[in-house]
Design a protein around this ligand. Structure first.
Ligand code: PLP
Length: 443
C-alpha cells in the first residue's frame, strides 16, 4: 500500500526535515530543538499528533487576533481568488481601503500610509523620510530598543543585537527610562522621567540639533523589556522634538494594534508623533506586511519630490485584504478592549500573585497583553538570573504545554489579544509550577 500522512509520524518528519534543510534566524544551528506547529486556533496551537500548546508568545508577539481567525483567512482567500498579486505602481481598491482603515485608527493630521514588507523596512523608510524632510542626518534612538534586522534599523537598535556603526552612519544612542535599573539614580517614576528627559536634552544639545533629523523610540520598548514609560516622559520627548525641530518617529511595530489594550500604544501617553511605524499586529502576520503612517507635513514634502523608496511587494493585495479583515474583526469583536480588560483583571493580578510566591521574580510590569517578569538571583541586588535559568524555565514551560517568550533575564507574557481569563489562569499555573521547579536550584 502507498504511504499516507496517517502512516508516517509527521511530527518526527517535520523535525527531521527542518534540522536537515532549514537554516534558522538568530540561532546557532547545531542544538536547535524547536516545537512542531501544524495548526492553531485563537490562543492555542497544535502539532500533527494533536498535542496542544498555549501560545503565550503570540509567535513573535504579532498574532494579536489569534491563530486562524476565520474572517482574516476568508479575506485572504477571496482576494487570492480575485487578484493574487499586483505591482506597487497601480491603483487598487483593496490597498486603498487598507490604508484608509489604518488612518482611521491614527490621530488627526495623519494623511498617508507607505506600505512595506515588515517592521524593519518600515523603520528604514521612516528614517529616510525624516532625513529627506529635514535635510539632516543623525537619528537618536535608545540603548534599550529593537528596531529590526536590516541596515539602518539594526544600527538604530540599541540592545545587544545592534551592529557596529560601520554599517550606517548618523546614529547616536541615549538612555530611555527604566526605573528598575535606573541609569539616573532615580527612585520614583516621576524622577526617572524628569532625569531621562534632562539626559536626552543634553544629548541633543551635545550632538547639535542642527545635525539631528529624528528621535526614534518604541512607544513602549518591547523586546528590550516592556518598559512602560513613566508619567510625562513621552509628552516630554514630544516637547523636545518641538523645541529643537526634530521629527518624532514612534515605532509601534510591536506595541501597536491592540497589544497595550489601545489601537496605538502612544494613545495612552498624551503624545502625537510625526511618523508611526507599524507591522505585526496590523494583520497578525497572516501575510507579511508593515508600513509608515505619515503626518501631513511629512507627506507633503514628497508632493513634488520623488521619495526614493519601495519594494516589489509594497502594498501587496493579499496583505491589504488581510489588514481589512483583521481590523474589521478586531473592531466588531471588541478585541482591543478584551486585551485591556484581560490585562488589567487577569494578567496583572496573576503576575503579582506569582511574584508574591516566587522570590525569583524581581519585578512585573506591563499593560494589555504586553507584560514582563524580570527574574533576579537576589531581590536586594537585583542581579539578573543567567541564561541557564531562563533556558531551564523555557524547557519546563514547553513541557507543560506553554510556548513562552524569553529575552535576557525575562519572561514576556504576551498572548494574543483574544486570550480569555481562563487561558490566563491556566498559563499562570504553568508559570507557577515551572518557576517552582527551577527556583530550587537557581537561588
Ligand atoms: N520594531 C520593533 C519595535 C520590533 O519589535 C520589531 C520586531 O520585533 C521590528 C521593528 C522589526 O520588525 P520585523 O521583524 O517585522 O522586520
Amino acid at each position: 500500500s502507498t504511504e499516507t500522512d496517517t502512516d508516517v509520524d509527521l511530527d518526527a518528519e517535520a523535525r527531521r526535515i527542518d534540522r536537515e534543510h532549514v537554516f534558522h534566524s538568530w540561532s546557532a544551528q547545531a542544538h536547535l530543538d524547536l516545537p512542531v506547529i501544524a495548526g492553531g486556533q485563537g490562543t492555542t496551537v497544535w502539532d500533527h499528533a494533536g498535542n496542544r500548546m498555549l501560545d503565550f508568545a503570540s509567535q513573535l508577539v504579532n498574532v494579536n487576533i489569534g491563530h486562524q481567525h476565520p474572517a482574516v483567512v476568508k479575506a485572504i482567500q477571496e482576494q487570492a481568488a480575485q487578484l493574487a498579486t499586483i505591482g506597487p505602481a497601480t491603483s487598487n481598491l483593496t490597498r486603498g481601503r487598507a490604508a484608509e482603515k489604518i488612518l482611521a485608527k491614527a490621530p488627526e493630521g495623519f494623511e498617508k500610509v507607505f506600505f512595506t514588507n515588515g517592521g524593519a523596512d518600515a523603520v528604514e523608510n521612516a528614517i529616510r523620510m525624516a532625513r529627506l524632510h529635514t535635510g539632516r542626518d543623525t537619528v537618536l534612538s535608545t540603548y534599550r530598543s529593537y528596531h529590526g534586522n536590516t541596515g539602518a534599523a539594526i544600527v538604530a537598535t540599541g540592545d545587544w543585537r545592534r551592529m557596529p556603526n560601520q554599517y550606517a552612519r548618523g546614529h547616536v544612542h541615549f538612555f530611555g527610562p527604566y526605573l528598575y535599573r535606573s541609569e539616573f539614580w532615580a527612585t520614583t517614576p516621576e524622577e526617572e522621567s524628569e532625569r531621562a528627559l534632562h539626559h536626552l536634552e543634553r544629548v541633543i544639545q551635545s550632538e547639535g540639533p542642527q545635525t539631528i533629523a529624528a528621535l526614534l523610540l518604541e512607544s513602549v520598548p518591547g523586546t528590550a523589556g516592556i518598559l512602560v514609560p513613566p508619567p510625562g516622559y513621552l509628552a516630554g520627548v514630544r516637547a523636545l522634538a518641538d523645541t529643537y525641530d526634530l521629527v518624532l518617529i514612534l515605532d509601534e511595530v510591536m506595541a501597536g494594534f491592540g497589544r497595550t489594550g489601545r489601537w496605538f500604544a502612544f494613545q495612552g501617553y498624551d503624545v502625537v508623533p510625526d511618523l508611526i511605524t507599524f507591522a505585526k499586529g496590523v494583520n497578525s502576520g497572516y501575510v507579511p506586511v508593515g508600513g509608515v503612517i505619515m503626518s501631513e507635513p511629512i507627506a507633503k514634502t514628497f508632493d513634488e519630490r520623488v521619495f526614493p523608496g519601495g519594494l516589489t511587494y509594497s502594498g501587496h493585495p493579499l496583505a491589504a485584504a488581510s489588514i481589512i479583515g483583521a481590523l474589521d474583526a478586531m473592531e466588531s469583536e471588541g478585541i482591543v478592549d478584551n486585551a485591556r480588560r484581560v490585562g488589567a483583571e487577569a494578567i496583572g493580578p496573576g503576575l503579582k500573585e506569582l511574584q508574591a510566591r516566587h522570590p525569583l521574580i524581581g519585578e512585573t510590569r506591563g499593560e494589555g497583553v504586553f507584560w514582563a517578569m524580570e527574574l533576579v538571583r537576589d531581590r536586594e541586588t537585583r542581579e539578573p538570573v543567567g541564561v541557564d535559568v531562563i533556558g531551564r524555565l523555557k524547557k519546563e514551560l514547553v513541557a507543560r504545554g506553554l510556548i513562552p517568550f524569553t529575552a535576557e533575564n525575562r519572561i514576556h507574557v504576551v498572548p494574543p489579544c483574544v486570550v480569555t481569563p481562563e487561558e490566563v489562569a491556566q498559563a499562570m499555573s504553568i508559570y507557577d509550577e515551572a518557576l517552582g521547579v527551577v527556583e530550587a536550584d537557581a537561588l
